[in-house]
Design a binder for this molecule. Structure first.
Ligand code: SF4
Length: 322
């Protein structure tokens, strides 16, 4: 699918964030202010459900609480950081003129992208403190492999996405607000929409696939409600094993999924009032950073701090690069 001319590249990782507004049935892109105005804008952000946090609650309510309510810090793994870096490089790649989107150029973007990310989050750079330069080079080499995998799946010179790292947000008729970031949005001249998500995670694919499809359907609902068009394709690109998965949703399915999201949000609000977020142990516990606080593993959660206002469950860069 080839899309019409790209809008301005996203700068979501910088001072501006992109917001879709419903204008004449099409999502237009506006920028929020930065600096002190941005602080005010942040303060009035309304509570919203993000795909990552909805997925957390579905997987384990206590995990949701740890992340969205207690907001316990989680040190990323190097694999997560590498995924974040590759997402950043792919976003930069699509900001280049089409003929320049070559594998060598993408690899050249790794170092400046890492410099920017580690400058924004010095604690991420700390993960490499005291390591031999060879180990850092290995880590970067792993990012190059993910980029090779990407180029084996598609030729970005033939694509002109409408947006990368697009912040989308909508309030459903029920009052539930949905918010998230789409890795890439392709729109064909016929108006058909394709939602693309890059997967770089280290978790086994069979575990992550249902979670990934949940996330994609979440975006499909938001885009359908924003634009009045059911996305033609939801495409997952697995860069670790060089495979992709495409799915075509239909309106009835998205309608049902919308009700599921509303039910999840209501369940979160009920748990939020009482603090009753129960653990739900399963295979994904192996990837949980909070096992030591989890009663299912002999731990004790911190005292419930109360429901956070105004906005529980903000997505992080790491969530988006999962
Ligand atoms: S260890 Fe498992 S059950 Fe406990 S909080 Fe984490 S995901 Fe939930």
């Amino acid at each position: 699918m080839t899309a019409p001319a790209r809008r301005a590249p996203s700068v979501a990782r910088q001072e501006l964030s992109v917001v879709c507004l419903r204008v004449q049935g099409m999502a237009e892109i506006a920028t929020e202010p930065s600096g002190p105005e941005a602080a005010t804008a942040t303060a009035v952000r309304r509570p919203a459900l993000s795909p990552s946090r909805a997925s957390d609650f579905k997987q384990c309510p206590l995990l949701y609480r740890f992340r969205a309510v207690d907001r316990l810090p989680e040190l990323p793994t190097k694999a997560q950081l590498r995924g974040t870096l590759v997402h950043s490089v792919l976003e930069r790649l699509f900001a280049l003129p089409q003929p320049d989107r070559l594998p060598e150029r993408a690899k050249e973007l790794l170092a400046p992208a890492w410099e920017e990310l580690s400058g924004e989050r010095p604690e991420w750079a700390e993960l490499f403190a005291g390591q031999e330069p060879g180990q850092v080079a290995d880590w970067l080499g792993g990012a190059e492999k993910l980029l090779d995998s990407y180029f084996a799946l598609e030729d970005p010179r033939r694509l002109q996405p409408e947006a990368c790292e697009l912040h989308v947000e909508i309030e459903l008729d029920s009052g539930v607000r949905l918010r998230g970031y789409v890795d890439r949005l392709d729109v064909a001249p016929t108006g058909e929409i394709r939602v693309v998500d890059y997967k770089t995670g280290a978790a086994p694919r069979e575990i992550g696939e249902a979670k990934a499809m949940f996330q994609m359907k979440f975006y499909a609902v938001v885009l359908w409600r924003l634009r009045g068009v059911v996305p033609r394709q939801l495409k997952l690109m697995y860069l670790t094993d060089g495979q992709s998965l495409a799915y075509t949703p239909d309106e009835a399915e998205l309608r049902r999924f919308e009700r599921t999201l509303e039910a999840i949000w209501q369940a979160i609000l009920r748990a939020g009032k009482t603090g009753d977020f129960r653990p739900n142990p399963g295979r994904l516990c192996d990837w949980c950073a909070h096992q030591s606080l989890c009663p299912s593993f002999g731990g004790t959660p911190p005292e419930y701090p109360g429901w956070p206002e105004p906005d529980p469950g903000v997505e992080t860069l790491l969530d988006r690069a999962d």
